[in-house]
Structures are given as structure tokens and as C-alpha cells.
Write a protein that binds this ligand. Structure first.
Ligand SMILES: *Cc1c(COP(=O)(O)O)cnc(C)c1O
Length: 384
């Protein structure tokens, strides 16, 4: 394989994560697997069949291009739901292919109606409410207009759901805001039901909400980061395990992103390593270069911060992450030699490394780094 790094996706890790998620949400709540951002960098083409093999039959994406990828690879004719952007030319494709989509303003609803009418079919919609995120969604003042439009054109819509999204359920700092959103959502949901509109699925929860706010689970949850084996935040992790007997992490990383040592080198005390002066050797050191840099998706913000695994040891990235390579302090791992496996994300032996699992780096970096993994890194599915 011609590549400086590769990605392995672990089928059994995914099975374990889904089992854990189902144990949390119970049997009556539907699971929608969120695969936007190229399945959080895992690769839609590899990940969707893996999830389908575990019984997942509903996928959520951000935009129509991603929905097209899911429908192209899906073996089981799973449902696909677009939560964000659908271009004017794409809406017709979505309607004609039974792709579900959020509606959050009258414009899209009207367009969907025009298309459904033209082809004498039904648009499969999820009504999104504005409950406090202040991003997209119908506000209370628009509900009258929304409801009468749908009532009027009943034959052209299948109202599959009503939904909202929370403003940071992974942080306790947002507790009151989230509680208010749940209340507001339920009120709006009751109101449209009283008007005779009966969405099949009420759904509001992302990973963090599903863990920390049981009332947010409703009829369906939209789970992204958890299924891949990462926590939305440390707070969410602690919130989850404080109720369980075992303090062990119930999740396993599905992804293993690995490369190899390119070269090793000795550096004397007092020398600077890499470009500039960000890292000085304060003792005699041994370093290893790894042919992965920011152009391959290893964020420059991990300069002097990142950790990688070599021979089952967690080792520090030293100096600035370059375009095509990074440098690791292997002083504690004197056996390191060219060709040795380097794990950038995932497990090696008994140790695991994720991006935000060390220092005070933002948890958001997990999301960002994963989704920026280039599409051209070869991906294979394994069973460990
Ligand atoms: C991304 C996203 C999710 C999933 O979020 P996770 O934190 O990865 O579980 C759910 N709902 C919406 C609207 C999203 O955009």
C-alpha cells in the first residue's frame, strides 16, 4: 500500500460500543447513527456496512452529498436523514429517494411541497424546533403558519419526526439551558400534536444528552461520537461511570490510525529539536521521526502536546508538527527502530491514545481531528 499511514476499523469495538449505547437507551428508543464528516473520519464507505452488520438501520448526515454516499453503500436500504444542508437541486433527489430531511424554515417546506406535488409523492420530513441553540429551527411564533401549511397539504408530507439540538449537553455549565430546551421542546411538540400533526419520532439527544439527560432520549437518539468509542467530554464520562459498578471505560476506539517510525536519532543536551526554539533537549535524548504531519491530518495544534504509542508506551510529540512529519521523544523506549508501528489514535497493547485524553486540550479536538482525517488514507475493517 502506498501511504505514510493507514487506518484500521475494529468491528468488535463497534459491536461493544453499540451494545453499551443500547444498554443506556433501552430497547424502545431507536438509534440513529450519525455519520456526518465522513463518519467522523472513519470513512462512510467502510463504517456504514459495519454498523448495518450490527443492526443499525438509520443514519444521520449533515448534507445531501453525504446522504448520497450512505445510500450508495447501504446494503440494507437503511433510512437516511439529512440534518443540515440540502441544495436546491438536491432536494428533488432527496424526495424521490425517500431520504428524510430536517425542515427548519418555510422556504424549504414549500420547495419540498412543490416537488412532492410534481411527482405525486410524499416528502419525508422532520420538523426542527428552535429551543435555545439559536442556530436553526422554527420558533414558537412560526408554528401556526407551519401547522396550517402542512395540514393543507397533508397528502404530500410524511411527518416522520420533530426534533431539536442542544447547546452543549457535554458540559454541566449548560445544565439550565439544556433543561429549558427540553421543556420548551416538549411544549412545542404537545402544541403541534394538539393541532393534529403527529410526528412518528420525537428526537433531540446527541451522545452527551443521551448519557446525561435521560428525558432527552424520547423516541430516538442521534449518536455520533460515542459509537466510535470517544466521549463527548470528560464530564460526560464521569457522569456515566459514577452510576456504574465498574470504573472502567465501557467504550473501545473503533479507529486505529497508525504509521511507522521513519528514522531515529540522538540529540544532545541543549539542542533545539525541529523548527525554531519551541523544544530544547534538557538531557541527552533519542527521537524518532514519523512520516505524518498536518497535511495528513495530524493537527499542528498538537505540537509539543500530542501523544503517540510505540511498543505499548505512551510517548510525547516534541517540537512543531511539520507538514509531513512529526517528532517523538523515544528516550524511554530505546528499542524504537525504523519500521516500528506508531499508533497516532487508538489502542496498542493495553494502552490507548485519543486526542483529548491528555493535558487540558479541548475535547472538541477529538471531533476536529477525526473529521479532518484525509479520505485518501487507506482504511481496512478488522475483527480484533
Ligand atoms: C453531530 C450531531 C449529533 C451527534 O453528536 P455527537 O455529539 O457526536 O453524538 C446529533 N444531532 C445533531 C443535529 C448533530 O449535528
Amino acid at each position: 500500500m502506498f501511504a505514510t499511514s493507514e487506518i484500521e476499523l475494529d468491528q468488535s469495538a463497534l459491536a461493544q460500543n453499540l451494545k453499551f449505547i443500547r444498554s443506556i437507551i433501552g430497547n424502545d428508543v431507536r438509534l440513529s447513527s450519525v455519520v456526518k464528516g465522513n463518519a467522523y473520519g472513519h470513512g462512510i464507505f467502510e463504517f456504514v456496512p459495519m454498523a448495518e452488520a450490527q443492526g443499525v438501520d438509520h443514519f444521520s448526515v449533515f448534507s445531501a452529498d453525504e446522504a448520497l454516499e450512505v445510500t450508495n453503500i447501504s446494503l440494507n436500504k437503511s433510512s437516511v436523514m439529512i440534518m443540515g444542508y440540502v441544495g436546491p437541486d438536491e432536494l428533488e433527489w432527496a424526495v424521490l429517494n425517500d431520504v428524510e430531511f430536517f425542515v427548519f424554515e418555510m422556504g424549504r417546506l414549500k420547495q419540498a411541497y412543490e416537488i412532492a406535488k410534481k411527482f405525486d409523492t410524499r416528502a419525508r420530513i422532520h420538523i426542527e424546533f428552535e429551543t435555545g441553540l439559536h442556530r436553526t429551527g422554527f420558533s414558537k411564533s412560526e408554528l401556526n403558519q407551519l401547522v396550517s401549511f402542512i395540514q393543507d397539504k397533508k397528502d404530500y408530507f410524511e411527518v416522520l419526526g420533530d426534533c431539536t439540538h442542544y447547546a452543549g449537553a457535554e458540559s454541566i455549565a449548560n445544565y439550565l439551558r439544556i433543561k429549558n430546551q427540553i421543556k420548551k421542546f416538549n411544549k412545542m411538540d404537545r402544541w403541534i400534536r394538539n393541532q393534529g400533526i403527529t410526528p412518528k419520532f420525537k428526537h433531540t439527544a446527541c451522545s452527551a444528552a443521551a448519557i446525561s439527560y435521560p428525558k432527552s432520549r424520547m423516541d430516538m437518539v442521534r449518536i455520533g461520537i460515542l459509537q466510535y468509542g470517544f466521549w463527548p467530554s470528560k464530564e460526560t464520562f464521569i457522569d456515566c461511570i459514577k452510576h456504574s459498578e465498574s470504573r472502567e471505560d465501557p467504550l473501545r476506539r473503533v479507529i486505529k490510525w497508525k504509521s511507522r517510525v521513519m528514522a531515529v536519532k540522538e540529540v544532545d543536551t541543549g539542542e533545539f529539536i525541529g523548527y525554531g526554539t519551541t523544544f530544547m533537549a534538557t538531557e541527552n535524548m533519542k527521537i524518532a521521526t514519523v512520516p505524518v504531519g498536518y497535511s495528513h491530518g495530524y493537527s499542528r495544534s498538537l505540537s509539543n502536546q500530542g501523544r503517540v504509542l510505540i511498543h505499548g508506551k505512551r510517548l510525547a510529540v516534541v517540537g512543531i508538527v511539520n507538514m509531513n512529519l512529526l517528532i517523538v521523544d523515544v528516550s524511554e523506549c530505546p528499542e524504537a527502530a525504523p519500521g516500528d508501528e506508531v499508533v497516532l489514535i487508538g489502542e496498542q497493547g493495553d494502552v490507548a491514545v485519543s486526542v483529548a485524553s491528555f493535558s487540558e486540550l479541548s475535547d472538541q479536538l477529538n471531533y476536529e481531528l477525526l473529521t479532518r482525517l484525509p479520505r485518501n488514507i487507506p482504511r481496512t475493517v478488522v475483527k480484533n
